[in-house]
Design a binder for this molecule. Structure first.
Ligand SMILES: Cc1cc2nc3c(=O)[nH]c(=O)nc-3n(C[C@H](O)[C@H](O)[C@H](O)COP(=O)(O)O)c2cc1C
Length: 399
């Protein structure tokens, strides 16, 4: 088998377990060849971008997933979080992504974290999906599990991890629990679809559970989920295959990855990126770089910026977004000129709920810089809880 591109139709026909296993095997085909013809640099951030599945984005601006601690204790979406996110959709972001939403109670990593682990969380999520989509923005839920980064006291449960982790006190998941974890990610995607979202993103970055599985530093398992990179990526691959089997053909699916830090090795992430592209099952890859313009830490990869390295990899019709220090309009343009499809804005989108609209109406738009006052943040739609959380980000909120 060479190129293993799965069509929407063939995915719709996935009926048996055996077929799902075949989909999973496509990721690891050693003879695969990368599709060519990736998107060339675009001139304007206001050009739409289409995906293999689901609606097109009306422009190249994505709201980064931003934990804001505004959800209720039981993980249901609050009016404050609804307002904060829908303001960004109304402000012109072509894709509006929720904060990381936990798929299991034990995976809740922050107080006030959004949840998508129970059906009673669907109605509030559905109301928000409706409003986001009414603006023309694509509505996406980021699916997350904190793994060993969950503070024990938060959920009164011993946190879990691919392997026993003396540093954090997290315990290893059993093989059956890994299957349950996979199934709960898939169930969360099904919930997001029921709630009317255009798709989901799997949070495979920043040292959370999918990233922990990918890391040979953290994952010392001896079953089929540990050892080789292929085994360490198995959880991610099986979640993707399950979502493709259980959600509609047009359901948009993306993966967020970290290329370095958090126990990641650049060459391994490049390999995983290639598997995701070549599987044809993922519509969009979000590289979380923290600084899109810096050189990698690993000597072997120095000489080009992180974003250039990923922009230059073959990706066929899969879209690439990068996040990290995209602040000025010139930064957005630089990212697009490098051949990246989507500029992902985090902190500057906290400062301006309507960054895309401001830029569209004024080519000379100059965004604010930190620190900013609590009053400014309140005007940008942050509740007191979120402002307090942002005060823990050094230099963000002025005294
Ligand atoms: C307050 C805050 C909360 C964040 N929460 C998340 C999150 O829930 N999920 C995630 O993948 N990244 C999260 N990130 C990372 C951002 O999505 C983004 O990648 C990062 O802030 C770099 O982009 P920026 O330089 O534009 O802020 C968070 C960042 C900040 C500042």
């Amino acid at each position: 088998m060479g190129i293993c591109r799965i069509t929407d139709t063939s995915l719709a026909n996935l009926a048996t377990c055996g077929e799902v296993i075949n989909v999973v095997q496509c990721f690891f085909d050693p003879l695969r060849s990368f599709p060519i013809g990736q998107t060339q640099g675009v001139k304007s951030p206001f050009e739409p971008v289409s995906f293999l599945r689901g609606p097109a984005m009306p422009n190249r601006f994505m709201l980064a997933p931003l934990t804001n601690q505004q959800s209720h204790d039981d993980g249901t979406l609050s009016a404050e979080e609804h307002r904060w996110l829908t303001m960004r959709a109304h402000g012109g972001f072509g894709m509006t992504m929720t904060a990381a939403a936990h798929v299991q109670e034990i995976g809740r990593a922050f107080p006030g974290q959004l949840g998508i682990c129970r059906d009673d969380q669907i109605p509030a999520l559905a109301k928000m999906a409706d409003e986001i989509r009414s603006t023309g923005s694509i509505a996406i839920v980021q699916l997350h599990h904190g793994g060993n980064r969950v503070p024990e006291a938060l959920n009164n449960m011993t946190p879990v991890c691919p392997s026993d982790d003396p540093d954090t006190g997290a315990r290893a998941l059993s093989n059956a629990e890994v299957h349950q974890l996979r199934d709960d990610f898939i169930a969360a995607a099904v919930r997001a679809e029921k709630a009317g979202y255009d798709g989901v993103q799997l949070h495979g970055a920043h040292g959370y559970i999918i990233c922990q599985f990918l890391s040979s530093d953290i994952n010392h398992r001896t079953d089929e989920y540990g050892g080789s990179l292929e085994n360490r990526a198995r959880l991610l691959v099986e979640i993707i295959a399950g979502i493709r089997a259980q959600c509609a053909d047009h359901f948009h699916l993306s993966v967020r990855l970290s290329p370095e830090r958090f126990g990641m090795v650049m060459n391994e992430i490049i390999e995983v990126y290639g598997w995701l592209v070549d599987s044809g099952q993922v519509d969009f890859i979000d590289m979380s770089l923290w600084d899109s313009f810096k050189e990698p830490n690993e000597d072997e990869h120095k000489g080009r910026s992180l974003m250039e390295i990923f922009a230059e990899l073959p990706r066929g019709e899969v879209r690439l977004g990068v996040a990290g220090k995209i602040h000025e309009p010139a930064d957005v343009q630089r990212v697009l000129d490098a051949g990246v499809d989507i500029a992902i804005l985090g902190r500057v989108a906290i400062l301006h709920h309507d960054y895309p609209n401001l830029l569209r109406n004024d080519a000379g738009f100059a965004p604010r810089h930190i620190p900013v006052s609590a009053q400014t943040l309140a005007e940008e739609g942050l509740s007191d809880t979120f402002i307090t959380y942002m005060s823990t980000w050094k230099g963000f909120v002025s005294d």
